[in-house]
Design a protein around this ligand. Structure first.
Ligand SMILES: NC(=O)c1ccc[n+]([C@@H]2O[C@H](COP(=O)([O-])OP(=O)(O)OC[C@H]3O[C@@H](n4cnc5c(N)ncnc54)[C@H](OP(=O)(O)O)[C@@H]3O)[C@@H](O)[C@H]2O)c1
Length: 324
């Protein structure tokens, strides 16, 4: 099968299309013919070792010391079940599905084997494969962070970086959960995030949300420029900072901040569950969450797709179309 592979860390050009063996199906697994995937900021970090502040030394330990352990990137996918392994009863050949491989990657390819009991669900009928491929990275991340941050109906939420893949999911899911949502984005994305359901939009080139005197119950930071020291004045009593793009220090200081009792900082990798992927499918089917798509690239243009992600200014997700 064709796959986008990389054998050394570096710029977008290290990624090449190669023929690699099609994975073999085992018991309890499904073989998926992939129609679409995405290049996410996770793929960019893993390919280039651009780690969040303070995590630099851990990159090679996690992804491979001398070279990447997993040569095929791609954390999310949508496609059709091509074959099912022994004992699989939850999926049948021909089912349209979407799945989240998360850190295991491996979706920038024509086929991927996936555990039937893993983070896989039927594709909502109202979404194309290209849209469904873009559900998980932002959606799963935010379902996990909002659960850990106990977001409740009626609370005031600020989403910093509302036009990205995670931010655009955060705005829509927070709105669906009954929050009052303020979105922070650049001038070209104001209309986009308003259309996603934000009650109020702050253009970060004109206003600093940390100095305008407004407080929030929950602040979601997907940009990495809103650490606790900077935003604590904008958090209401018992407010939570969801440091989706948190640095090492956010993780280290979180327990001490929690002990003081006034605020909480929730950082670290997203916590994902099988229930969340089913929930995501329901939210999408009901129209509560529709992934924003920046651009669709054919697999042959995967290098361009990586370049777009690396710009730091994509809107929603960069999709890779793999099979028709
Ligand atoms: N903790 C976890 O497990 C986890 C999970 C998923 C992702 N992440 C991290 O979360 C981060 C965001 O991911 P993503 O895929 O959503 O990134 P993305 O799609 O590249 O979005 C970043 C967005 O931030 C906006 N932005 C840039 N500067 C800003 C500023 N000063 N104020 C407000 N918005 C600003 C950009 O909009 P403009 O073009 O208008 O500047 C862009 O739309 C990544 O760094 C990723 O590594 C962490």
């Amino acid at each position: 099968m064709k796959a986008a592979t990389y054998e050394r860390y570096g710029p977008p050009e290290v990624v090449e299309i190669r023929n690699v063996p099609t994975p073999t199906l085992g018991a309890g697994e499904v073989l998926i013919r992939i129609h679409a995937s995405t290049v996410s900021t996770g793929d960019w970090r893993e390919r280039s070792l651009a780690m969040p502040a303070g995590f630099g030394p851990f990159g090679r330990l996690v992804f491979g010391v001398t070279r990447p352990r997993q040569p095929i990137l791609g954390s999310e996918l949508a496609g059709v079940v091509e074959a099912v392994g022994a004992g699989v009863t939850s999926f049948r050949v021909g089912d349209d599905v979407f799945a989240f491989a998360n850190a295991k990657m491996g979706s920038h390819a024509e086929f991927r084997v996936f555990p039937a009991s893993g983070l896989i669900a039927r594709k909502p009928g109202n979404l194309s494969h290209e849209q469904a491929a873009a559900l998980s990275f932002g959606g799963m991340t935010m379902l996990g962070f909002f659960r850990r941050g106990s977001l409740a109906e009626g609370e005031r939420v600020l989403v910093n970086g509302a036009s990205g893949s995670v931010g655009s999911a955060a705005v829509q899911i927070a709105r669906h959960l009954g929050a009052e949502v303020t979105a922070v984005c650049g001038p070209t994305n104001v209309e986009l995030v308003r259309g996603l359901g934000a009650h109020r939009v702050i253009d970060y080139t004109r206003e600093d949300f940390t100095t305008n005197g407004v407080q929030y119950d929950v602040i979601v930071d997907t940009v990495g420029n809103a650490n606790y020291a900077r935003v604590k004045g904008s958090l209401a009593t018992r407010g939570r900072l969801l440091a989706v793009l948190g640095g090492f220090m956010d993780l280290v200081l979180a327990p001490a901040i929690r002990m003081r009792g006034e605020h909480r900082v929730i950082a670290g990798p997203s916590v994902v569950t099988v229930e969340d992927i089913r929930r995501l499918a329901e939210l999408a089917a009901g129209g509560a969450f529709t992934p924003v798509i920046d651009q669709v690239y054919p697999l042959s243009q995967i290098v361009e797709a990586h370049r777009r992600v690396e710009s730091g200014h994509k809107r929603g997700s960069v999709v890779v179309a793999i099979a028709a």
